[in-house]
Design a protein around this ligand. Sequence first.
Ligand SMILES: O=C(O)CCC(=O)C(=O)O
Ligand SMILES: [Fe+2]
Length: 324
Amino acid sequence: MNIPLIDIAPLYQDNPTGKLSVANAIDHACQHSGFFYIQGHPISRERIAAMRQLAQDFFALPAAEKLKINIQLSANHRGYGETAAEQLDPSQPGDWKESYDMGLNLPVDHELIGPERPLYGPNQYPTAIPDFQRRMETHYWDMLALGKKILSALALALGIDETFFDNKFDHPLSVLRFLHYPSRPTTDKQAAIGAGAHSDYGCITILWQDEIGGLQVQDVNGRWIDAPPIANTFVINIGNMMARWSNDRYKSTPHRVYNPSGAERYSMPFFVEPDFDTDVSCLPNCAAAGDTPKYAPISAGDWMIYCFNNTYAYRAEEYQQEET
Ligand SMILES: O=C(O)CCC(=O)C(=O)O
Ligand SMILES: [Fe+2]
């Protein structure tokens, strides 16, 4: 399996031929591995270094401080997740990582908030770190702009209006996540799996990973292929929503974090997800003329809730209790 490295700088230039050739390279990668690296993006090295430091500072807070903003206190899935709270592969024990999730910060009385859209709401910010909220939000919007740029390339490759996705991110469900895989003894074989095998739920994921490595992508034969860190790049992958939206033109590929060295690791995924009410029904030009699309229309938000209910241990428990 080939995970290509694509220079996306032409997407920011006014040359239609250059743009189209990047769009076609992205389209090709999304149809085959479902994974690619990007370089030539506008997120600076200084910004990445500062965000990494912020993540380190956050996870270094005392447990009691982090637990004040426990994700379990949030009705809309924001805040701190303890080690083993997330179980990406249900056949394995919980993952050996801690997390912090933030997204669009809406006040509780915002008109979009209600039982029918449970993913909207406020963030939970640590009070012990000065300027945390502003720094996270600045990075959030910059990463979202990058995500929209990549989606504009997909639109171009599909022969649809380049701006097709633009108006679908007024109140995005996109999430910026910090991950910390604490160090552990190398004899602990089970814990070498930092994040169990899974595919992502949303449109696309833009991942920054530190220099430790461990990200692996599954090829069609079930083999695990390393996706090693490459300086100043992000790893992009297709999520389940985009696979569905594109009628399976694009592949949402299983991946995991396998780190037998036991070294501490940080990563920072940004999950590009549109507005809750976005209609996810077969994109133009993704079904052959006369063919019925494979999947029924669903809203982006309902799709995400369906996926969440199958992943987080505490949510699955709630869900099962509701059902019995
Ligand atoms: O930590 C990583 O490198 C990958 C994390 C991941 O796949 C995820 O959070 O969906
Ligand atoms: Fe993932």
